[in-house]
Design a protein around this ligand. Structure first.
Ligand SMILES: [Zn+2]
Length: 194
């Protein structure tokens, strides 16, 4: 989406909430409607930002594990991801490192986008809802009411469980004793978890 398209969308959304279009709505209904219009603009901005990122289609990329050259298997692989402003769709180059076998997308790794599932900030909300909700069904309801995130209780359970395992492994790695005669391994910052 270019700037002209975005301004056209903004103008259209502004027109959709004018008095002549919403004169029968209550303030609560207007607030919910305004929020949905704002989310639509936020999704368009986010999508546009990813589209113009040069890492979407890099001329050349190096593996973050072994610095081997990446071979792209798909130069415009589609992905839909749930973010804090709703689902967005984008396309990016996806490939494999022939030296170590690592697969992924340079754009995702540069932006801290997890290799699967929702975005990091959405995972935070899901895990928080799963914990304070005392059950995954209650967590699902909290997400739907407070965050506009629509997932099944099973999905909430799977994501919260996955994040829990990742954090446990990371904590164990941090607290594990260093074996005699072996230098400690440098810790790699993971941008796809929190
Ligand atoms: Zn590699």
């Amino acid at each position: 989406m270019n700037e002209t398209d975005f301004l056209t969308l903004s103008k259209g959304n502004f027109g959709r909430i004018r008095y002549s279009m919403t004169k029968d709505m209550t303030l609560s209904e207007l607030a919910v409607f305004a929020e949905s219009l704002g989310r639509e603009l936020a999704q368009a901005m986010l999508t546009s930002r990813l589209e113009e990122d040069p890492r979407t289609h890099p001329q050349e990329a190096r593996c973050r594990h072994c610095t081997g050259r990446w071979r792209f298997q798909n130069t415009a692989q589609r992905r839909v991801i749930q973010t804090a402003v709703g689902p967005i769709e984008y396309r990016r180059a996806y490939g494999v490192c022939d030296r170590c076998g690592h697969t992924g997308a340079p754009l995702d790794e540069a932006l801290g986008i997890p290799p699967f599932g929702p975005s990091v900030e959405t995972r935070k909300k899901i895990c928080h809802a799963a914990v304070v909700g005392r059950s995954f069904e209650a967590g699902r309801e909290i997400l739907q009411v407070h965050s506009n995130v629509d997932l099944s209780a099973k999905h909430v359970r799977w994501i919260a469980g996955t994040e829990g395992r990742v954090r446990k492994e990371r904590d164990q790695e941090r607290t594990s004793p260093i074996k005699p005669g072996r230098a400690p391994r440098p810790r790699r910052r993971r941008r796809d978890c929190w």
